[in-house]
Design a protein around this ligand. Structure first.
Ligand code: ASP
Length: 583
């Protein structure tokens, strides 16, 4: 028996027992007569004490210990003279009578404690050491809990977990595929799935009317803090459902995840639903953070025609109100202006209007506007005395983007984005298609299998850009956590959709013949959703990056620096795959 207890378990009630613990040495303090050792495992830390009378053999072993040695210690649990209220085992210690080194350790390259002195790169290289630290252990545990709760819920609802293949052909979901050369079929490639989309639809045709899978997906995209080349989805599909059925089912799952892991209970009424067009107009964003108000107010007609060229020529003028910010200094206003002028946001400038406590109005465009004009704007945007209004103008889409960024940043600076609060939302009625100026063609906003709203189908021929889809996103606190749609299940409509997306019938048949064929053999109406599981974990954990919730993530250049991948392969391996490099 290696251990009788874990390092997080012993309490005052265990005093007097003889126990055996095994774990890693976090810290050794040699006080001459006595040596104290903090012994750690993933359950906690227990203090070992090697006393004067412990015997020479034990004392000799204790003298050799270094950080991260793996040891086994046997001894009696005793009450501590000086208790440590910071850890659950802080009332006791183990008076060691036998001590054995199970595995010696080199000095670790960084401290393995709550906070580490190691930089990002070093910790990624020695990820297995970083994973020993409590914050990562908590992250891994949260991930585990969420996965179990999701499984439990879906199983309880009659969903079956079914695996789908990783070696497939491309699924065109907008991103680049990772490809895998086939040795047995020289010159041919598999693609790793961007999602199991077509397979889950085929499972519906096969009659497995409630499917889920917690599944790895692969997308060869440029990386950001919340993106990894391989990531995990809770992928789901259901038959004989309409949008409302899907939303209700997965709202139930979300409630359970929040309740089980964070003890957060939402009011009984359904989560808020907001059409895409409304989200864009009121928040400038299809994933609005509803933890705070500060809605965008359009001022186009109100603010034009007074001779201020910038506004008069603008397609759109809109404003947000920073409540209680009339006292902002020039420096604060300059800072936020610089923030929205960053290339990522792209504002040309910000106009401000201040309503001071005395009711006086002042602005950066006083030359062009009368106080009554400015008061009218302030009133429109709901500003009170003591508030500061920011106005943005330009092309509509761009201005809304700026206003959205501005709103989020103001929310941040005003402390309105509290990480312990959650504002869940369904964004619905997305456009079916998105026009791309560069390639002059439509792209599917969600994916090509998403169905148009029945009432909009007639517009497919005449005004496809106006067609709304049966597509929905689940958004929490400004983060898109999941998205899905009710699918097309009619091969003729699917063919029409492919045509709109610029596929020739041959190309469509080549890529999706299998799906369209399947639809000819009795396809049920179906729809589904996929949740970004890594993002869900980081949302629940209150972190911005998904990396900490993935045991072995890639760095920002898509590398695993621990195992050094990707890497070159031997000439013989290339030959076997009939590949030649052209570098
Ligand atoms: N396959 C979609 C995605 O990965 C989700 C869905 O439509 O179910 O975004």
């Amino acid at each position: 028996m290696y251990r009788s207890n874990t390092c997080g378990e012993l309490r005052l009630s265990d005093v007097g027992q003889t126990v055996t613990l095994a774990g890693w040495v976090q810290k050794v303090r040699n006080l001459g007569a006595m040596t104290f050792v903090d012994l750690r495992d993933r359950y906690g830390i227990t203090q070992l004490v090697v006393a004067e009378d412990a015997g020479d053999a034990v004392k000799a072993v204790a003298g050799e210990l270094g950080r991260e040695f793996v040891v086994q210690a046997t001894g009696r649990v005793i009450e501590r003279a000086s208790k440590n209220a910071k850890i659950p085992t802080g009332d006791i210690e183990v008076a060691v009578s036998e001590l054995r080194v199970l595995s010696a350790a080199d000095t670790p390259p960084f401290t393995i404690e709550e906070t580490s002195d190691g930089g990002d790169d070093l910790r990624m290289k020695y990820r297995y050491l970083d994973l020993r630290r409590p914050p990562l252990q908590r992250a891994m545990m949260l991930r585990h809990r969420l996965a179990q709760a999701a499984r439990q819920y879906l199983d309880g609802q009659g969903f079956m977990e079914i695996e789908t293949p990783f070696l497939i052909g491309s699924t065109p979901e907008g991103a680049r595929d990772f490809v895998v050369p086939s040795r047995m079929n020289a010159g041919e490639f598999y693609a790793l799935p961007q999602s199991p989309q077509t397979f889950k639809q085929l499972l519906m045709v096969a009659g497995y009317d409630k499917y889920f899978q917690i599944v790895r997906c692969f997308r060869d995209e440029d990386l950001r803090a919340d993106r990894q080349p391989e990531f995990t989805q809770i992928d789901c599909e259901m038959s004989f459902v309409e949008q409302e059925d899907v939303l209700t089912t997965f709202e139930g799952m979300m409630r359970k995840l929040f309740a089980d892991t964070l003890q957060v209970e939402f009011p009984a009424e359904p989560f808020r639903r907001m059409p895409y067009a409304e989200a864009m107009a009121r928040y400038g964003n299809d994933k609005p953070d509803l933890r705070f108000g500060m809605e965008i107010c359009e001022l186009t007609t109100l603010a034009q025609g007074r001779g201020f060229g910038v506004f008069d020529e603008a397609e759109y003028i809109g404003a947000v109100c920073a409540a209680g910010c009339a006292g902002w200094t020039r420096k604060q206003i300059d800072e936020i202006t610089e923030y929205v002028k960053r290339p990522q946001v792209g504002a040309k400038g910000l106009v401000w209007v201040r309503l001071d406590e005395g009711g006086e109005v002042k602005s950066s465009v006083d030359k062009f506007y009368q106080p009554e004009d400015l008061r009218a704007w302030a009133e429109a945007v709901g500003a009170q005395k003591g508030d500061l209004v920011f106005v943005v103008s330009g092309a509509r889409g761009q201005s809304l983007r700026v206003l959205s960024e501005l709103r989020l940043e103001l929310g941040e600076r005003l402390g309105l984005r509290d990480k312990t609060k959650f504002a869940p939302l369904w964004v619905v009625d997305f456009p079916l298609l998105e026009w791309d100026e560069e390639t002059e063609r439509f792209y599917a906003m969600h994916h090509p299998f998403t169905s148009p709203k029945p009432e909009d189908v007639s517009l497919l021929g005449s005004d496809p850009g106006k067609v709304r889809a049966n597509a929905y996103d689940f958004v929490v606190n400004g983060v898109e956590i999941g998205g899905g749609s009710i699918r097309i299940f009619d091969s003729k409509l699917q063919a029409q959709m492919f045509e709109l997306l610029g596929f020739t019938p041959e190309k469509a048949a080549e890529q999706f013949g299998f799906l369209m064929n399947a639809f000819r053999f009795g396809a049920p109406p179906h729809g589904g959703i996929a949740f970004g599981f890594d993002r869900l974990c980081s949302l629940f954990g209150g972190a911005d990056s998904i990396r900490d919730y993935i045991a072995f993530p890639k760095n920002n250049s898509g590398r695993d620096v621990m195992i050094d991948a990707p890497s070159r392969i031997d000439k013989s391996q290339l030959d076997e795959l009939s590949l030649k490099l052209d570098l």
